[in-house]
Design a protein around this ligand. Structure first.
Ligand SMILES: [Zn+2]
Length: 82
């Protein structure tokens, strides 16, 4: 069973569709019972969608990684300030 730190470490890969099938299963199992990670996942997913829909960048593997990292840094910052 994974914990929240493991989830945060893998969420970028999960959003990019780059996580391995067994990792995805573990992330989904964690999401199902962890409200904190549900909020983080939802925020990150919405932010990625807004960015990709803006057409301002190409969501290639090379382009998406720094963006998901930036999103995660932003989310972590928000959590710290609460
Ligand atoms: Zn969690």
């Amino acid at each position: 069973m994974i914990n929240c730190a493991d989830f945060m470490a893998e969420i970028g890969n999960y959003l990019d569709g780059a996580a391995a099938a067994d990792v995805r299963r573990q992330l989904e199992a964690h999401l199902a019972h962890c409200q904190t990670c549900q909020v983080v996942y939802d925020s990150a997913r919405k932010t990625v969608r807004v960015l990709t829909n803006s057409g301002s960048f190409d969501l290639s593997e090379a382009a998406s990684k720094p963006i998901t990292e930036n999103i995660m840094a932003m989310i972590r910052g928000q959590q710290r300030s609460e």
